[in-house]
Every structure is written in C-alpha cells, then in structure tokens.
Design a protein around this ligand. Structure first.
Ligand SMILES: [Ca+2]
Ligand SMILES: [Ca+2]
Length: 170
C-alpha cells in the first residue's frame, strides 16, 4: 500500500512538473513575438522618417552640390554612421571656409575635405573653438570640384541629429 501511494505521489509530481513546463513553453513564444513586433516598427520609423532632401549622398560619386556663399543647407544623419557628401567648385587662390553650425541636440559633426578625385584627403576637422561643430579653412591650389564628407562623430542618427553646412569665400 505504501509503495502504491508513493508511486502515486511521484506520478502526481511528474505531472505537475510536466504541466508547469508546458505552461512555460506555451507562454514564452506568445510573449517574445509581442516584444519583437513592438521593437521593429520603432526602429523602422526612426530611419525612414529621418532622411533629408539630399539623400542618397553616401559616397563622393553621389555628392550634392553646395553653392559657395549660398545660405546653409540643412541636413540630418538618417542612419547609423551616415556619410553625407557635398561638392563645390573652387577657384585657384581663393580662401574658403567650410563649416557646420546649428547642431541639433547632442550632434557632434566631423568634416573632411577631399581633393578633386574625391578620395585624397586635404584636411579634416572634428571640433573647433571649444565646441563640437567643425570648420576647415583652406586656399585652393587649383581650380576644380572639391568634396566634403560630413559624419556624426559617434555614428548617432535620427530626427534629433541635424546640422547646417555652409561654404563661404570672401
Ligand atoms: Ca547620407
Ligand atoms: Ca565635432
């Protein structure tokens, strides 16, 4: 009799363990898709809503023209480690200032000036004058189309990571 009741107890325990395991395995697949579904639209919305009028400008081949001494262009970093290229025509012997300003939120720009081949670095600047905006001053040695790449130093992106860029000459 004792043995029988012991067997019965063991059987009940096994059933309880099985039941609790089944319950868990049923619960976990239902809870994880909910988390995935809420995460995906948020990430998509940030990148889709964030792109500015100058995209795609991720390589020097897709660089968008900026007119010297024209009002600043307003851009933003729309995806992680976004590269923004602009190009302008420089006249030999002319002194140019290329600078970012009106940085949105915690945006930290870095700019690089490239020669007419789009790949040879002439100069680059991360921060100037104690801020996180960037500025390059440069005298063109030869006339031609030059390129500037603008990046967010920490690869941040989204609606709050905005900047203005301007090229000026006397
Ligand atoms: Ca870009
Ligand atoms: Ca900077």
């Amino acid at each position: 009799m004792r043995t029988k009741s012991q067997y019965l107890c063991i059987l009940i325990l096994i059933l309880l363990v099985l039941f609790s395991c089944t319950k868990k395995s049923v619960l976990s697949p239902t809870s994880s898709p909910v988390l995935i579904l809420t995460a995906i639209p948020t990430a998509t919305a940030v990148s889709a809503a964030g792109s500015d009028a100058y995209e795609n400008d991720d390589t020097f081949l897709n660089a968008k023209t900026i007119t010297v001494n024209a009002p600043a262009q307003h851009h933003n970093f729309y995806d992680s480690c976004d590269n923004d290229y602009i190009k302008f025509f420089a006249v030999s012997g002319t002194y140019y200032t290329i600078q970012t300003m009106n940085l949105g939120g915690t945006t930290d720009t870095k700019i690089t000036l490239y020669s007419t081949d789009g790949t040879t670095v002439i100069s680059s600047n991360d921060d100037y004058s104690g801020g996180v905006a960037s500025r390059i001053t440069w005298t063109a040695a030869a006339s031609g189309t030059y390129y500037v790449k603008i990046v967010e130093y920490y690869c941040h992106y989204g609606a709050n990571f905005t900047y203005d860029i301007m090229v000026t000459a006397p």
